[in-house]
Write a protein that binds this ligand. Sequence first.
Ligand code: CTP
Ligand code: CA
Length: 228
Amino acid sequence: SVLAGRERDLAGRRVVISAGGTREALDPVRYIGNRSSGLQGYALARTAAARGAEVTLVAANVALPDPAGATVVRVESALDLRAAVFEAAENADAVVMAAAVADFRPTARSGSKIKKTSADPEPVHLTKNPDILAELCERRRNGGKPAPEVIAGFAAETDDVLANGRAKLARKGCDLLVVNQVGEGLAFGTPDNAAVVLVAGGEPVEIPRGPKEALADVVWDLIAPRLS
Ligand code: CTP
Ligand code: CA
């Protein structure tokens, strides 16, 4: 069966998975965040470990128990996540960026709690965060390090799913892009996902609505044969 072929097919492989959603601090008590639960990243970690991989899971603000057999590195912000992913990727065979990384962070972080006054507040100024996935791909392309054999990203799109996904795959320069369809009770915080995996130089692979574990196994099915 398909399942039998999966057994331990990642033995000896080192994989890095980012999961959850980053938080970008405004002051010691407040942040700008997103709705990522970490469920998909954790499912990727569990399935990879079950298939024999040595897993480092970089978890941003996830309220889930550590997956059995994975080394978990906890981070908060996009800059923290970048440092942890690059360190873990040093000797990794594959990196899967399932985390929702904030595109922007507050330009200034107040050292003390921002107080309410009678006037309306000042606008929040934002600065672009580095694109970790694009940077990983660019370093590999330029012959630099780290250079994992497979780099995969995730994208949540609400409209023009395929066209936006294709453009994103090309822009990032990664090998696989798992494009989730969000909305209609799918993706965020739910046990189910539906996706299409875009493959650089290949045909898209549709994954019908089902548990995040099943989607994770299909992602590893696509990654495993790309590892030498
Ligand atoms: N990503 C990243 N670093 C960022 C933003 C995103 O590594 N600063 C990664 C995510 O982990 C994900 C992939 O890039 O694997 C796609 O994220 P997405 O937000 O869909 O792409 P963006 O390029 O940020 O485009 P958009 O304008 O649609 O948000
Ligand atoms: Ca984004």
